[in-house]
Design a protein around this ligand. Structure first.
Ligand code: G6P
Length: 606
């Protein structure tokens, strides 16, 4: 949700900033821009739309300077035009911003009253105006920034450069993440470690309220009270090569195909393959006393949470519920001391999920299931279980989802063991089934061609339905989300048993219905719902194993044959065909698969 980057050093900064923006583009692609300091003046190039437009603009109008900031935008206030693109600047200061300045209207009125005139419709532009105002009053850049920060309400990560002090970059954080990167004779700021992966691996994350002064020689970080503080420097695991597409057409395609590997990695971290036990030493001892689990997340991560709810109830026999973070945080849910809040997030930064974590931790232990090391949730939760997906760049989540599932599956077994509700034999059976997942995923990926062929039947659909029961209902929801976010086809998921309570009215011969039905305990029930849909002319695509396919006969218009598997692991497997179907449908439709319209990957605003 907007990516920002800053550099001060001894090299021409604009090309380096562009390299960082390429890595940050997943956070927004409505516009992009760069500002440098050259000869005591702010130079700025901005362009509407994707980064490629900015690259073209810079090629025809190169800007020089050793100090620079850059921005890639996901529009919140003001349309995605060049005028609204960051950096916003006066002749004295240029600013890039991720987040929302909630009191910008009042500040704008005040500044207009003082004679300042605004060019854009953004909330951000009040920031350079305020800094300029304080600079004109005689404050130093540092003091002008501190004064400005004290006037802002909302969530922001900001980076500033100053016409009169080349070599100085100031960064400030209140909400969205901001990392400082350490180089030799150069220093960097970035929304995340990936942005700086081509520049350095030595990273320190600012805490909320921190602001940092960067010069080529180093950084001084101060907290909200103005005290100089040291934030730990970590070695980031991301390297430049890890964020390449390799031979794949899209990041999403690459990430789909990485799943056997990264799910295998995740399982390796949590399962001891020798004695088939769970190794989650990070988990505090209190687990056995937990009487209720609340899983909280947004988007795809929420669907992983829904699967987790089913697993926790059936495997660990603990009452569990899944909640959408933006609902949970404002519902004032009652917090039971014996409850455990589990937040799930690829980025570890999603604003609503983070707010939910902060709410829950007032009274409950919290556990974060997160992919990005060092992210805010990992620092604020009582315990962390990492997913080992590696950097996920495609906006539509794939491998982050299945590694979340792998982690939650192991967690459910660990909880079942801790609570004494599963014995050694059951534990071993569940762990063994999980270890079969990577191999089965590789088999399923061989269906890619068949999926591509099927996608031809879907690409002209206007509406689609996805149905399933139990964990397959959660997977149906994830499948429908994947389809709508990248192919723009309206897709809805229903619990198969709910079909007859309304959505069945939508069915005609133009509506494809994806039925997720592994041959498990609920198969016969879903099969009846499939028949009801087929009887009304619906075009059925059945995703099931040989047993299920045989049982249904020739009713479906198409089948996707999955390997037979232990019912515990089917959510991990059935994720793949719904991802592949969405991917190929989108490719055929020619949509922008990795950067679908209106979306962004890291949602750091409410
Ligand atoms: C956005 C992304 C989704 C993601 C969701 C939650 O909507 O497009 O792919 O599932 O945010 O993000 P998180 O980083 O918290 O998992």
């Amino acid at each position: 949700m907007c990516g920002i980057i800053g550099i001060t050093g001894s090299k021409d900064a604009a090309p380096l900033i562009l390299g960082g923006l390429k890595r940050l583009e997943y956070r927004g692609y409505d516009s992009a821009g760069i500002a440098t300091i050259d000869g005591g003046k702010i130079q700025r190039v901005r362009a509407e739309g994707k980064l490629i437009n900015l690259e073209k603009a810079i090629t025809s109008n190169p800007i020089k300077g050793l100090t620079a900031i850059g921005h890639t935008r996901w529009a919140t206030h003001g349309s995605p035009s060049e005028t609204n693109a960051h950096p916003h600047a006066t002749e004295k200061v240029a600013v890039v911003h991720n987040g929302i300045i909630e009191n910008f209207r009042a500040l704008r009125l005040e500044l207009e009253g003082l004679g300042y005139s605004f060019c854009s419709r953004t909330d951000t532009e009040v920031v350079p105006m305020l800094v300029t105002h304080y600079l004109k009053e005689g404050l130093s850049p540092q003091d002008a920034v501190v004064m400005t920060l004290s006037r802002l309400h909302g969530a922001f990560a900001l980076a500033f450069i100053f016409a009169d002090i080349p070599g100085l970059v100031i960064g400030a954080r209140n909400g969205p993440p901001l990392a400082v990167g350490y180089g030799k004779g150069e220093m960097f700021l970035g929304s995340d470690a990936i942005a700086l992966a081509h520049l350095t691996s030595r990273i320190a994350y600012l805490e909320d309220g921190d602001w940092a002064e960067l010069t080529p020689g180093g950084v001084t970080i101060r907290d909200a009270a103005g005290q100089v503080v040291a934030r730990p420097i970590i070695e980031s695991a991301y390297s430049g090569s890890m964020v390449a597409k390799d031979s794949y057409q899209h990041f999403m395609e690459k990430e789909i195909h990485e799943q056997p590997g990264v799910v295998g990695e995740t399982l390796k971290m949590y399962i001891n393959a020798v004695d088939l036990s769970i190794n989650m030493s990070e988990l505090p001892i209190f687990l056995r006393d937990v009487e209720r689990v609340q899983l909280i997340a947004c988007g795809t991560a929420y669907y992983a949470g829904l699967v987790g709810k089913y697993w926790l109830e059936t495997v660990a026999k603990v009452p569990a519920d899944a909640d959408i973070a933006s609902e949970y945080r404002y519902r004032a849910p009652l917090l039971d001391k014996k409850g455990l809040a589990v937040v799930i997030s690829q980025s570890g930064e999603t604003a609503d999920t983070l707010a939910a974590l902060r709410y829950a931790r007032q009274a409950q232990p919290t556990l974060a299931v997160v992919n990005v090391p060092g992210s805010t949730m990992t620092r604020e939760a009582s315990a962390v279980l990492y997913t080992y997906a590696g950097p996920e760049i495609g906006v539509a989540s794939t491998k982050a989802f299945t590694t979340q599932l792998a982690t939650l599956a192991c967690f459910s077994v660990a909880m079942g063991v801790a609570r004494g509700v599963i014995d050694g034999t059951q534990r071993q059976e569940l762990c063994k089934s999980l270890l079969e997942v990577p191999g089965l995923m590789s088999e399923i990926l061989k269906l890619d061609r068949a999926m591509q062929a099927l996608a031809h039947n879907l690409m002209h659909a206007r509406d689609m339905l996805y149905i399933g029961r139990g964990t397959s209902f959660a997977l149906a929801m994830e499948g429908a989300l994947k389809m709508k976010e990248i192919s723009y086809i309206h897709a809805e998921a229903y619990a198969a048993g709910e079909l007859k309570h309304g959505p069945i009215a939508l069915i005609d011969e133009d509506v494809p219905i994806i039925v997720l039905a592994p041959s498990d305990a609920l198969f016969d029930k879903t099969a009846s719902n499939l028949q009801e849909a087929a009887a009304r002319g619906g075009k059925i695509i059945l995703i099931s194993d040989q047993k299920g396919i045989d049982a249904i006969g020739d009713v479906p218009n198409a089948v996707i044959k999955m390997p037979e598997a232990h019912p515990f692991i089917t959510p991990l497997l059935y994720a793949l065909p719904v991802q592949m179907l969405a991917y190929h449908t989108a490719v055929l439709k020619g949509t922008d698969v990795d950067q679908p319209r209106n979306l962004a990957k890291s949602v750091t605003v409410e």
